[in-house]
Design a protein around this ligand. Sequence first.
Ligand SMILES: Cc1cc2nc3c(=O)[nH]c(=O)nc-3n(C[C@H](O)[C@H](O)[C@H](O)COP(=O)(O)O)c2cc1C
Ligand code: SF4
Ligand code: SF4
Ligand code: SF4
Ligand code: FES
Length: 595
Amino acid sequence: MNKIRTELLLCGGTGCHSTGSIKVRDALKNELDKQGLGKEIKIVETGCNGFCAVGPVMLVQPEGIFYQKLAEKDVPELVEEHFLKGRPVKRLFYKESASKEMIPQMHDIPFFAHQELRTMRNKGIIDPEVIDDYIARDGYFGAAKALTEMTPQQIIEEMKISGLRGRGGAGFPTGMKWDFASKSPGNVKYVLCNADEGDPGAFMDRSILEADPHAVLEGMIIAAKAINATKGYIYARTEYPLAIKRLEIAIAQAKEYGFLGDDILGTGFSFDIEIYQGAGAFVCGEETALMRSIEGKRGMPRPRPPFPAHKGLWEKPTILNNVETLANVAQIILKGGKWYSSIGTETSKGTKVFAISGDVNNIGLVEVPMGTPLRTLIYDVGGGIPDKKKFKAVQLGGPSGGCIPEYLLDTLVDYEEIAKVGAIMGSGGVIVMDESTCMVDMARFFMDFIQDESCGKCTPCREGTKRLLELLEKICDGRGELEDIDILEELSVTIKEASLCGLGQTAPNPVLSTLRYFKDEYYAHIIDKKCPAKRCVALLKFEVDPDKCKKCGLCFKACPTEAIVWKKKEVAYINKEKCVECLTCFSKCKFDAIN
Ligand SMILES: Cc1cc2nc3c(=O)[nH]c(=O)nc-3n(C[C@H](O)[C@H](O)[C@H](O)COP(=O)(O)O)c2cc1C
Ligand code: SF4
Ligand code: SF4
Ligand code: SF4
Ligand code: FES
């Protein structure tokens, strides 16, 4: 028998695929074989490891050494030096952005050190296409326990004890939702998984599915037993081909092993799962719209009640849960609700997965205990703000969310605490913004997205979001009037109160939160006709201030259209005829010399 001495856990998530991990994998295979190491060193292609920004990434086990930004050309040196001669290649280690220290061990890298993995406990360490890898990590033990030892009511009680709340946005208690559906009369019931993930900047659900698809299937099987459902659907957007492929493989394997299909594990219980591919409309993530979409109709929300637990898919009792919610279920059943609720805050238990993006050093996917301060999330895990710029705000909860200013960064990751400061936990999108972000423009960006995605069924959302967008555009264009601020506020309140579904009810949040914390920026645009962050093109002159210019030439080097005239020791000058107003020079100039 061959003895494997080393495993190379190479990331095969969408992010690392796009930065070249497939080429690295093939080169590694060739090189290991060439050096006679093919039998003792195994390559395992995992799902997203989380640290996508430095991909392709690879963890060498059992040593724990983490390599980043791998390229095909690095492979011969890596194999020769590390795997043949035992000398890890330092230049491929992670480099800490502030101290520039090279850190070899994955668990010492701050991005990983502050995390506590429960939902994503298998990410980056199993092959998601091999069911035995999942089983070796206690996979399907929770389902086996639920099916052979527990009554539906006992499962629901355990879920209630865990305190798990839905991770898809609203934070509704999962056990309670299942309880309603289990008590609804009817022989036909459905379990649905929401893998629509329409929020800009969010990729938690996709990564969970790519890295650990069986965890989601297992959660659905347990949910099915709890409410006595026989059929489940996973609603996944077509733009997630890798997640869908891995789900298809996982479903086929689970059927082969007897975890899905008829008479599961000989218990007499039958449950099957099908994937439904959505075309990628944001509103189809809303639960009633999602159900209409599976029925083959246009995905439009309908009023509630009746709630899906009573009348859902094809008017039958249905539960819909988010990918992350379901990925927690098996561990809760296996280890107990008390184990899960042992971390977190009074009202928010367990951990939460976040997708950190924007102006932050460590962009990626992280899981932290509920109750972690936002400051820890952004500075310790996220590594702070690049290029010595100042933090301005963090946008939480996607397009329905709100932004939080610097002085509120000690707010804890907790449903209620975050809502108190005007944002929402949402699905876990965290967009960090530095001083170069214009908050009016940011509100405009989200409103543009929202009005585009409004399904048009109800007037407050259809017309109101358009009107909000027009007002924000007017202010960004320098045509704003003071009364626009009052109109923005009044209209926002009306849209929130009168819209039919969650999309319209939360649409004004980015406007309201920027008005709450950054009203001075609105005034600067309206009264002074200035954009303090220098992002709103209509309010900029595209001129260099000779008193501030330090003659460094950075703008000259960065300009894509050669619109900047500059010579050594001379002040730069912008030729407006050639300038395409791309704003690159504004972000490159370290001396704030361009107006
Ligand atoms: C406009 C809109 C879009 C939504 N998109 C998603 C989504 O992409 N994924 C998701 O899980 N929930 C989404 N939700 C929330 C779902 O409707 C639903 O509350 C959730 O899937 C329930 O699962 P949970 O209890 O596990 O969170 C959206 C809600 C609204 C109003
Ligand atoms: S609130 Fe917006 S998205 Fe929801 S039903 Fe009304 S128009 Fe459609
Ligand atoms: S805005 Fe863009 S095109 Fe214009 S001068 Fe600056 S870098 Fe060049
Ligand atoms: S980058 Fe700024 S300081 Fe440097 S030459 Fe251009 S305008 Fe002047
Ligand atoms: S895809 Fe490789 S780290 Fe996320």
